[in-house]
Ligand binder design. Structure first.
Ligand SMILES: [Fe+2]
Length: 191
């Protein structure tokens, strides 16, 4: 997720609800561009977005049927909430803001995938982007980011899609330029 994906295992996910019509069956895996197209169409579906329960105390999410077997989520972000730093392993993905504004901090660097506990980031790898309602982005494998709703008052809603469905999420803490692997979540932790 992403994000963008559920941060904790404790909240039960609702049953999958239909998003926009899925792309017809096909032989090849969906690209990040196709996932971006999907999340944009889902974000424009006002009935779908309105169906997400919002909770001022914490993030909420509903799983959607993504295209081509992808994993998709509708996520609600109360003011001041965020994901913390994480990656999505080998999955590619996309997300877009459907209501409110989200901030993404990301790293323009390809990190070693395994075998390290702390990593000192080189200067200049930090990126920041503001995603207002209707704005989204796609990302490739091993994308490291955190997503935040910095608004003091406004809820945000976003749509996320990942392919292949997330095998794991690595979560990091960050102090200055040092990224530290804190733990690895697997699907059974958040479904
Ligand atoms: Fe994410």
């Amino acid at each position: 997720m992403s994000a963008s994906v559920p941060a904790s295992a404790s909240e039960p996910a609702s049953a999958a609800v239909p998003g926009p019509p899925p792309v017809p069956a096909r032989a090849s895996a969906p690209s990040s561009a196709e996932l971006l197209d999907f999340v944009r169409r889902a974000a424009a579906d006002t009935d779908l977005i309105a169906s997400l329960p919002l909770d001022p105390e914490g993030r909420t999410w509903v799983r959607l049927e993504g295209p081509g077997g992808s994993e998709a989520w509708l996520i609600g972000w109360p003011p001041g909430t965020g994901t913390g730093w994480h990656d999505h392993a080998e999955s590619v993905g996309a997300f877009t803001t459907a209501a409110g504004t989200l901030k993404e901090h990301s790293l323009a660097a390809r990190l070693p995938t395994d075998g390290w506990k702390t990593l000192e980031l080189t200067e200049g790898v930090d990126r920041e982007r503001r995603l207002a309602t209707g704005q989204g982005r796609a990302f490739g494998r091993n994308h490291v980011h955190e997503v935040l709703n910095e608004s003091p008052a406004e809820h945000a809603v976003s749509v996320h899609a990942y392919y292949p469905p997330l095998p794991q999420i690595r979560r990091y803490s960050r102090t200055g330029d040092v990224l530290r692997l804190e733990h690895v979540e697997r699907p059974e932790d958040w479904q």
